[in-house]
Design a protein around this ligand. Structure first.
Ligand code: AMP
Length: 295
C-alpha cells in the first residue's frame, strides 16, 4: 500500500498515519519529522531548513526531495509507505511521480483529510508531542488520551510532552496560508489522476480512522478483483487440480459426458455404424429406436 495523506496542518495526518502504520506495518514518512530531526541533530540540511520552518514557510524543494529520495530507498519502504506532509506543492508532486515511476512503485491512493479552518486552529493550539516516542496528543480535542496510566514505550515512564515551536499563533496563520496557496492545488492534481478520496476528518479520532479505512478499501477492492480474475483464468486452464464443487462439478461432468458421446459418435461414424441418436435427439442405434423408426 503506497498512499499520501493530504491535509492542512492540524488535519490529523500525523495521528492517522501513526495508527495506519501500526495496522498495516508500513512506515510513516513525514517530511516534517525528518526535517525536525535534522534540525535537532544540527546537520547542514537542518540549519538550512530551520529558518523556513520557524517562519511557517516551505523548506526548499531540493532539500526535501533529497530527504524523500533517501528515505524511500530504505528497505522497509519496499513493502509500502504512508507519505505524511509530502508532497506540499506541484513541483514536489511531479518529482514524486517521476521518482516512483523509476522505482516502479506508483501511488495507490491519495486521501485528503478535510477539516474546517476554526477547528484546525484549535487542534494546533492543543497539540503536544512526546519528546521521546513522538506520539501526538491533544489537550483540547482528545484530553482522555492523556491518562496517568499511559507510559512512553521508549522510556517506560510518563510521556514527556512538548509543544512544537512552530505551533504558535503567528506561524499557524502563515502555515495555513501556505497550505491554501501551494498545497491545496494538489487536490485537483490527484483528482485528475483518479487517485483522490476525500474524507471528513472532523469528530472523534476513532471515527476518522474508520472513514480512512473505508477509503483504503477502495484500493483493496480493485486489487481483490484483479486476483479473482487471475484465478478465474487459472480455473479455465486444463491442468487444474483443485476439486470442483456443486454446480461447477455438475457442469463439468455434463460437459465431459457430452465430449465422450461426441467422440463415440465420431468413432461409430468412422466404422460405418449409424449414430445412436438422430439430430433431433431420438435414439436410432437401439432396438427401441429402430421400432420407433419403423412405426
Ligand atoms: P509538518 O510537520 O508537516 O507540519 O511540517 C513542519 C514544517 O516543516 C512545515 O511548516 C515546513 O516548514 C516544513 N516542511 C515539512 N514538509 C515539507 C515539505 N514537503 N516541503 C517543504 N517544507 C516542508
Amino acid at each position: 500500500m503506497r498512499i499520501v495523506l493530504l491535509g492542512a496542518p492540524g488535519s490529523g495526518k500525523g495521528t492517522q498515519s501513526q495508527r495506519l502504520m501500526q495496522q498495516e506495518h508500513i512506515p510513516q514518512i513525514s517530511t516534517g519529522d525528518l526535517l525536525r530531526a535534522a534540525v535537532a541533530r544540527g546537520t547542514e540540511l537542518g540549519r538550512k531548513a530551520k529558518e523556513a520552518m520557524d517562519g511557517g514557510r516551505l523548506v526548499a524543494d531540493q532539500l526535501v526531495l533529497g530527504l524523500i529520495r533517501e528515505r524511500l530507498a530504505e528497505p522497509d519502504a519496499r513493502r509500502g509507505f504512508i507519505l505524511d506532509g509530502f508532497p506540499r506543492n506541484l513541483a514536489q508532486a511531479q518529482a514524486l511521480d517521476r521518482l516512483l515511476a523509476t522505482l516502479r512503485q506508483p501511488l495507490d491512493l491519495v486521501v485528503q483529510l478535510e477539516v474546517d479552518y476554526g477547528e484546525l486552529v484549535r487542534r494546533i493550539a492543543g497539540r503536544r508531542t512526546c519528546a521521546d516516542c513522538g506520539r501526538v496528543f491533544n489537550l483540547f480535542t482528545a484530553p482522555g488520551q492523556l491518562s496517568e496510566n499511559e507510559v512512553c514505550p521508549r522510556t517506560g515512564s510518563a510521556h514527556r510532552l512538548i509543544q512544537r515551536p512552530d505551533d504558535n499563533e503567528a506561524t499557524v496563520t502563515e502555515r495555513l496560508r501556505v497550505y491554501d496557496e501551494q498545497t491545496r492545488p494538489l487536490i485537483e492534481f490527484y483528482r485528475a489522476r483518479g487517485l483522490l478520496r476525500v474524507i471528513n476528518a472532523e469528530g472523534e479520532v476513532d471515527e476518522v480512522t474508520r472513514r480512512l479505512e473505508q477509503a483504503l478499501h477502495a484500493i483493496e477492492r480493485p486489487k481483490a478483483a484483479k486476483t479473482a480474475r487471475a484465478s478465474t483464468r487459472k480455473l479455465g486452464s486444463p491442468k487444474r487440480s483443485a476439486p470442483r464443487r456443486g454446480a461447477s462439478r455438475r457442469a463439468a461432468k455434463s460437459a465431459s459426458g457430452m465430449r465422450r458421446k461426441a467422440a463415440a459418435t465420431a468413432r461409430a461414424a468412422s466404422k460405418g455404424k449409424p449414430p445412436r441418436r438422430a439430430p433431433d435427439g431420438t435414439r436410432t442405434g437401439t432396438r427401441r429406436g429402430a421400432r420407433r423408426a419403423r412405426r
